[in-house]
Design a binder for this molecule. Structure first.
Ligand SMILES: [Zn+2]
Length: 86
């Protein structure tokens, strides 16, 4: 393993994030990929960004509330949520 360094951007480990752990990835300049100190994750910047998109599905609607679940084959309707509202 080459000398570890931070990448240009500070990415979080997507695998650890799934387990609610917040760890920065290190960057291997020779292999041009990011890797995690804690778990076995390693991948290119593209891999990290793709996995981060999957993570957004879990919390992507955090600031919205369902107003109407609709019929079985209709998508639910959402409204933006403001802090302090129920
Ligand atoms: Zn990790």
């Amino acid at each position: 393993m080459a000398q570890s360094a931070k990448g240009e951007l500070n990415y979080r480990c997507p695998m650890c994030l799934k387990r609610d752990l917040d760890l920065d990835l290190a960057y291997d300049k020779d292999k041009k990929e990011y890797y995690c100190y804690r778990c076995a994750f390693h991948g290119t910047e593209k891999d990290v960004l793709r996995l981060n998109e999957q993570f957004k599905e879990k919390y992507g609607r955090l600031k919205e509330r369902v107003v109407d679940f609709g019929e079985d084959n209709e998508p639910p309707k959402f409204k933006p949520h403001k802090a302090g509202e129920q």
